[in-house]
Every structure is written in C-alpha cells, then in structure tokens.
Write a protein that binds this ligand. Structure first.
Ligand code: KG4
Ligand code: ZN
Length: 366
C-alpha cells in the first residue's frame, strides 16, 4: 500500500510518499519526504504569521507534490489514499492543505483520510525510531509530545487508544523556546537557536577550577522550574518566559549583547525546560510502568533533551525502553499524516463525504 501524506498545519509545506508492507505487522519505507520550510519568511515577524503562511502553502503545495512524486518515482495512479492533517494547527493553514488534498482526491478518485497532527508526531516516534520494535513490544507507551503548539504527556495503549495524562496550561515548550529566543535577540525558530547558543558555552569542567566558578557565578542566572513538583502531569511555561525577560531587562546594554550572557542564559533556559519535562515524564513512567517512553514533536529534536531523558530513564531501572525518531523527522513532515492515515485507511475508519471534512484547529488526541 502507498499513502500520500500532506501536512500544512503550521509553517512547513510538507508532502511524503510512504510505502507500507504487511498490514498486520507494518513495515514502512519512505519513498519521498519533501518539505518547503517558511521559517526564514516568518523570522522577520519572530513567529508564524497565519495569513502569510496560508498563501505560501497554496503557492508551495503543487511544487512540493510534483517533487514528492518524482522523488518517489511514482504517480497518483499508484497511490491508495491521501492523508491530510485536519488539526490541531492554524485554521487558515489547515484549510490550505485540506482544500488541496480534497481537490486531488476528487481528481484521482482516491480516499481522503483526515488525521490528527499530534498522532502523527507520536506514530513517527513509534515506527521511525532507531530500532523497528513492532507495536507489541512498545505498548503500553508513554509519549511526551512537545511542539510549538503543544506539550502533552500521553498514555498509548493501542492505535487510537490514547489518554492525555496532562498538558500545558499556557505556553507550549517549543513556544517557550521561541519566545525566550526572541527576548535574547536570537532568530526564529528559537529552539534550534537556543540549543546552538547553549552548546557554545565553555564547559566549566574543561577549565581550571577558579575560572569555571567565575563563569558559573558571573551572571547568577537561576530560572524557575514551573510546576515541576506538582502532583499532576500538567505543565506551565509562561512564567519561565517572564523570568527570562525580567533578567534580561535587569542587565546593562553591554551585558545584554554579550555572547557569554546569551549563551549562559540559553543554556539555563534549555535546562529549565528539560528539568520540568523530564521530572514529569519520569514520574508518569514510575506510576504507569509503560514498556516504552516515546518523545515526539519539534522539541524532541533537541539533543540535550534526548540525551538527558534517555539517561534518566535508564537510571530508573524499570526496563523501560526509550524511543525517539530521527531528529529530522521530529519537526513537521508529511510522513506524520501518512503513517496515521495508513492505520485509518486499513481499518476503514475514513469514509466521510469530502464536503463534510473540515479543519479542526483544536482537535484533541483521545
Ligand atoms: O512540531 P513542530 O515542527 O511544529 C509544531 O507542531 O509546532 O515544532 C516546532 C517547535 C518550535 O517551537 C521550535 O522552536 C522547536 O519545535 N524546535 C526545537 C528544536 N528544533 C525545533 N526546540 C528545541 N531544540 C531543537 N533542536
Ligand atoms: Zn508539529
């Protein structure tokens, strides 16, 4: 079976062609995965500008489709279904993808399969991580889904059997990276920019003792870890953004612009976010005893988060395996709807008339 996946929920216009072998124990082969990123365009605004993003999606979609089919050495005649992200996401952007997909489905007489963006992030973690585990070795799974719009801890007992254990009450983790990067004058998207700045900091361990202490203490930055010890699985990141802003505003113009301050702050921001995400994930792992912990979503591309979470899960000694898709598949892509769409199509879960399928900006996994 071959599925075409279309993703336009935010600022990536993405189309992938995915081949699936064996319905019972599916194995996936990526035939193509084309992404046209609008990040540079939105960088001027420091975030995604929805009406501009919609226009760009409409312009990019036919080009990306041609490229995706060409790279996959296939054409619409070989495709069995068109999966498209229905939500959650930005309403105008979702409609751009949906309208394009509907037209294509009608023209090629193919089933249209509307899917959930967050389910796509989760399933990419399950099926494209380092080892092909197979569902029975992975489930039940605990998933930490962290993107620009969402931060959720989800218990997965099967395909479509999801329970959201907790989620952010205000900003998402990715949004916190993006907003604090903006305070520091770093480019959009903020996550990779903060990670890169943090990685440039001189490792105190490599310096003579006295000098290391000086660097650590120089700016005396200590950010809060909001809700880290609350007994639920919810998150809150807006206080972190405010704390960064206050610290920044308290500095002289010279310090604000100094690389050393920006790097030190970037490292502390990244660590504060990781500490909170890891604490809640570990607590949920202890309580629910899953077979695996999966991370997905754009923030799951963060090297430090991956390394620290992997180590902490190993230290739990609960026999839990840690799964993370390749970094380039953590951020938005067309494979996400394609994988989710495959399961819906093979279970014949699609079937709504085209004119009844619409965008659902607040769609919830569950
Ligand atoms: O899943 P995604 O591509 O789009 C949404 O569904 O929102 O996630 C985008 C988010 C952005 O906030 C971006 O700053 C963040 O993921 N991100 C990262 C990294 N790469 C992307 N955050 C931290 N470290 C990264 N390496
Ligand atoms: Zn996403």
């Amino acid at each position: 079976m071959i599925i075409l996946g279309i993703e336009t929920s935010c600022d990536e216009t993405a189309i992938a062609v995915l081949q699936i072998k064996s319905k019972k124990n599916p194995r996936f082969r990526i035939l193509s995965n084309v992404i046209a990123s609008q990040a540079k365009l939105h960088a001027t605004y420091g975030g995604v500008f929805p009406s501009l993003a919609k226009r760009e999606h409409e312009k990019n979609l036919p080009i990306v489709l041609t490229k995706a089919l060409k790279e996959a050495k296939t054409n619409l005649k070989d495709i069995h279904g068109i999966a498209v992200t229905q939500g959650p996401g930005l309403d105008p952007c979702l409609w751009a993808g949906l309208n394009f997909a509907k037209e294509l489905a009608e023209k090629a007489r193919l089933p249209l399969i509307p899917v959930d963006h967050m389910e796509g992030h989760l399933l990419v973690g399950v099926f494209f991580s380092q080892k092909a585990w197979g569902l029975k070795n992975v489930l039940p799974a605990l998933a930490l889904l962290v993107s620009g719009g969402h931060t959720q801890l989800v218990l997965m007992k099967g395909i479509w059997r999801y329970k959201v254990l907790g989620e952010t009450r205000d900003d998402a983790a990715g949004e916190c990276f993006d907003k604090t990067a903006r305070v520091l004058g770093l480019p959009y998207p903020g996550g990779p920019a903060i990670a890169a700045a943090a990685a440039q900091i001189r490792n105190p361990k490599s310096l003579p003792h006295r000098q290391a202490g000086e660097i650590r203490n120089k700016f005396k930055i200590k950010l809060p870890r909001p809700m880290m010890h609350t007994k639920d699985y919810d998150f809150s990141f807006s206080g972190l953004k405010t704390a960064v802003l206050y610290d920044f505003q308290s500095r002289t113009a010279r310090v604000q612009k100094s690389k050393e301050y920006i790097r030190t702050m970037a490292k502390e921001i990244q660590q504060a976010i990781i500490d909170v995400l890891a604490a809640k994930t570990l607590r949920a792992a202890r309580e629910y005893r899953p077979k695996s912990v999966i991370i997905g979503g754009g923030v799951a591309a963060n090297d430090e988060l991956r390394t620290q979470l992997r180590t902490k899960i190993r230290e739990l000694r609960l026999g839990v395996q840690f799964l993370a898709g390749p970094k380039e598949l953590c951020t938005d892509n067309g494979l996400m709807p394609a994988v989710a769409g495959f399961f819906k199509l093979s279970e014949k879960k699609q079937g709504a008339a085209l004119n009844r399928i619409g965008a659902q900006p607040n769609l919830r996994l569950e």
